[in-house]
Design a protein around this ligand. Structure first.
Ligand code: ADP
Length: 397
């Protein structure tokens, strides 16, 4: 059974086609710079890469192009072969604690959450509407980034502002990267031979966006991102935790609008803002002798350590810490630095194992004597979404 997974951003659509239940990826691709003078379409099938320059106005046109290319390249004989389309939806508010089949009610609820994730949800919704039009025979499924975190208790999700703002506007911590944290928590339990609800694990998703989650008995009980993905760890271009007073101070000093500050905090801060060089970790590691780059990396690791420590205190007993995503899977330096000198807390990194665990390898990087086990677990959010979608299609047959 063929399942298509799509992830719509403001100016790009990423997609992967899977054969399920074999969990085999058939093709993946991306259309970038949607709506600009020239858009770029890349399609990757095994080792073959096809690149094209196009002009694409919107998400609807993108799906048409993706569909055509799957037919032209012989990947599909008919679009009807796609039995399900899984969509990554960033914000599911308080309403969605799992993936759901998309119907009018679900679309209405996602529309209600547009304000909560203005940078993401409108594009996710545009992708859903385009897919319904273009693949009318397929079951459409939404997988929410927030769903895994709906188990977080009130004490961790209510902010210290007048309670009426929660009642009126649902201002609270939601958390993101849920599909990834859930997968990594489940996989860590599996590797350790524990039941999925028998593990206490801290999961660290370190990609362009970064977040860290405390899972108690396999369920999320706290996470570093908040109402929006801006809170928590230092990220590629986002600030992470910051005194809100900085916003008022800068608005006054620089005479800039909230809109501009929003852009600065989301797009020009974090590793990029501090280093003044890049948000790409490969680039930063190559320039680590530059003091500002070193400072950015040090702050990045310091923040991870601070969260790991606080989540250990919340969980009481911790079985494992797991790293995932671009940086978590590929940068031993970050893993070592952020967990160094924690031997008294039961964390001992094995330097040799750590150095070798790169390039989407899965395995343990702690010493045999380490009370808390440390793992690297490559994430695959699209495959998890494909799996959820497959389950709905199978149940429908
Ligand atoms: P996204 O959040 O967009 O899914 P990724 O999980 O792909 O992001 O992570 C992107 C980050 O991971 C970037 O900072 C990138 O530089 C870093 N990264 C990816 N591969 C490597 C590598 N081999 N070595 C160092 N950093 C890497």
């Amino acid at each position: 059974m063929k399942i298509l997974v799509i992830n719509c951003g403001s100016s790009s659509i990423k997609f992967k086609l899977f054969e399920m239940p074999e969990e085999k990826q058939i093709v993946e691709g991306v259309i970038e710079k949607i709506g600009e003078e020239i858009s770029f379409f890349t399609l990757k099938k095994e080792n073959e890469i096809r690149k094209e320059e196009l002009k694409v106005k919107n998400h609807s046109e993108c799906l048409e192009i993706i569909g055509k290319s799957l037919l032209e390249t012989g990947v599909l004989k008919s679009l009807n072969e796609i039995k399900g389309v899984g969509h990554r939806v960033v914000h599911g508010g308080e309403g969605f604690d799992r993936s759901v089949v998309i119907d009018d009610f679900v679309i209405k609820r996602i529309e209600e959450y547009l304000d909560l994730a203005p940078l993401h949800n409108p594009h996710n919704l545009a992708g859903i509407k385009a897919a319904i039009k273009f693949f009318p025979e397929s079951i459409q499924v939404a997988a929410f980034d927030t769903a895994f975190h709906t188990t977080i208790p009130e004490v961790a999700y209510i902010y210290g502002i007048p309670y009426e703002f929660y009642e009126k506007y649902k201002v609270r911590r939601y958390g993101f990267h849920g599909t990834s944290h859930r997968y990594v928590a489940r996989r860590t339990a599996e590797i350790m031979g524990l039941g999925k609800y028998d593990i206490n694990v801290v999961t660290c998703h370190l990609g362009n966006g970064c977040s860290i989650t405390a899972c108690k008995n396999g369920k999320s009980v706290d996470t570093s991102m908040g109402l929006t993905p801006l809170e928590g760890l230092l990220m590629g271009t986002r600030t992470g935790d910051i005194d809100p007073g900085v916003i008022f101070y800068l608005a006054e000093k620089e005479g800039i609008s909230f809109d501009e500050l929003n852009k600065i905090f989301n797009k020009k801060s974090g590793l990029l803002g501090i280093s003044g060089l890049s948000n790409d970790f490969r680039n930063l590691m190559e320039n680590i002798e530059n003091p500002r780059v070193k400072l950015a990396i040090d702050i990045f690791c310091y923040r991870i350590k601070k969260y790991v420590g606080s989540y250990m205190a919340i969980l009481g007993k911790v079985d494992a810490i797991s790293f995932t995503a671009g940086i978590g899977e590929n940068v031993p330096y970050v893993r070592e630095k952020s967990l160094e000198n924690l031997e008294n807390f039961g964390i001992e990194i094995d330097k040799e194992k750590n150095e070798k665990m790169v390039g989407r390898k899965e395995g343990e990087i702690s010493k045999d004597s380490s009370k808390i086990k440390v793992f690297v677990i490559p994430t695959n959010e699209e495959l998890r979404i494909a799996f959820d979608t497959y389950q709905f299609v199978k149940n429908d047959e």
